[in-house]
Design a protein around this ligand. Structure first.
Ligand SMILES: Nc1ncnc2c1ncn2[C@@H]1O[C@H](COP(=O)(O)OP(=O)(O)OP(=O)(O)O)[C@@H](O)[C@H]1O
Ligand SMILES: [Mg+2]
Length: 241
């Protein structure tokens, strides 16, 4: 937990069913302003469904979801409009007066000068940075990240993780990051939770100093212990230490 920020996400007894399947079964979750929570869990366990509920795109069958205003999601794919230039993608749906702010957001993600480029001319990493700028320009109090780095190559992924860590430290939204990458979760998050069988199987604070670079903690017994515990909860068989 990072500082005593106010609660920006409060979920109580959240239940979601699709047909006969109960995907979320009484989930509780609090995320404070400036707090970074990573969510792990096997495929099909309801992580995206939980984010969609937080974004107000799905309705709960039972329980409550309260969020601060301005919830923004970044997805695995950048979801850019191909017929609009980069800056127009960033300020999509916003008044023209948002363009200066859009330029500043692009500069923050390292894309100053690329305002008039077309999405088709961007690399995957650049396109994802445009998607981050599009989120940033909306001043999210709650930032939802659904496997935003999953489609990037390993090196670009590390750079994108650094960028997100830096942006979140500066703007301090409440963050919920869904990922399948235990190392990424331990590197970025203040708390890591594993969603399994409709509820959190584990919810752990990660008290490691920041900034955490790509190698930080790899030799730290506390980090190894976090990774071991999380992998075990994810059903990965490990040989003894
Ligand atoms: N609109 C829907 N209608 C019916 N079933 C759905 C719907 N949305 C999701 N589901 C089901 O709910 C379950 C959870 O899906 P969800 O997409 O939340 O999983 P996930 O944890 O994000 O998985 P992954 O790691 O593969 O992205 C799955 O069994 C899925 O088939
Ligand atoms: Mg998903």
């Amino acid at each position: 937990m990072s500082g005593p920020g106010e609660v920006a996400v409060r979920v109580r007894g959240l239940t979601k069913r699709f047909g006969a399947a109960t995907v979320l079964d009484g989930v509780d979750l609090d995320v404070r302003r400036g707090e970074f929570v990573a969510l792990l869990g096997p495929s099909g366990t309801g992580k995206t469904t939980l984010l969609r509920l937080l974004a107000g795109l799905e309705r709960p069958d039972a329980g409550t979801v309260l969020t601060a205003p301005r919830v923004t999601t970044v997805y695995q794919e950048p979801r850019l409009v191909v017929a609009k230039r980069v800056l127009a993608n960033v300020t999509l749906g916003l008044p023209r007066s948002a363009r200066d702010k859009g330029r500043r957001a692009l500069a923050e993600v390292g894309l100053a000068g690329r305002e008039r480029d077309w999405p088709a001319t961007l690399s995957g990493g650049e396109a994802q940075r445009v998607a981050l700028a599009r989120a940033l320009v909306r001043d999210p109090r709650v930032l939802l990240l659904d496997e935003p780095f999953a489609a990037l190559d390993a090196l670009t992924r590390l750079q994108a993780q650094d960028l997100v860590a830096e942006l979140c430290a500066r703007h301090r939204p409440a963050v919920v990051l869904v990922t399948h990458d235990v190392d990424e979760a331990v590197r970025l998050a203040d708390r890591v939770a594993v969603l399994r069988d409709g509820a959190f199987a584990v919810d752990r604070a990660i008290d490691l100093p920041r900034p955490r670079d790509a190698l930080s903690g790899t030799a730290d017994p506390a980090v190894l212990e976090h990774r071991r515990e999380l992998l075990t909860h994810l059903g990965v068989a490990l040989s003894s230490p």
